[in-house]
Design a protein around this ligand. Structure first.
Ligand code: ZN
Length: 142
């Protein structure tokens, strides 16, 4: 799943769980589930959206909020891709046994998107909005 969707759904889990440390763990677990379901990955171009989402969650709910920690837990597993991206390792998109996350190292099947990319992008943004609504982020007053 695309990182900013992981973040929004992790924030929603955090709101439901209400405890930052537990939300972080649940976020990590939700990453694996999110990777398994069929989805369209938006690739490295989404990195500003991921960090923008984390920053926005911290701004709206605070650094110590379960929403922020749930989102951080949900995106953390993808940080293991960073060294391969920086090295431009040609194997960075393939199953690599030195990675830890089962959907990244091939031990669990990583979901693929069966339809046109535009529908996958639409689903990503829909899930993103749903996640932020469930997290109480978009309807926050002030
Ligand atoms: Zn992943």
């Amino acid at each position: 799943m695309t990182g900013f969707v992981h973040a929004a759904l992790g924030a929603a889990l955090g709101k439901a769980i209400r405890h930052p440390a537990v939300a972080f763990g649940a976020g990590v677990g939700s990453h694996i589930l999110g990777d398994v379901v069929p989805h369209h990955d938006m690739d490295i171009g989404e990195v500003p959206l991921v960090f923008g989402t984390l920053g926005y969650l911290a701004y709206e709910h605070g650094w110590k909020s379960p929403q922020f920690w749930g989102a951080l837990g949900a995106v953390c597993p993808d940080f293991e891709h960073i060294p391969y991206e920086l090295k431009k390792d040609p194997r960075r998109y393939e199953a690599m046994e030195e990675k830890w996350v089962p959907t990244h190292n091939g031990r669990l099947k990583h979901g693929t998107w069966p339809l046109e990319a535009k529908y996958g992008v639409m689903l990503n943004f829909s899930l993103f909005i749903v996640g932020l609504v469930l997290a109480g982020t978009l309807q926050k007053k002030s």
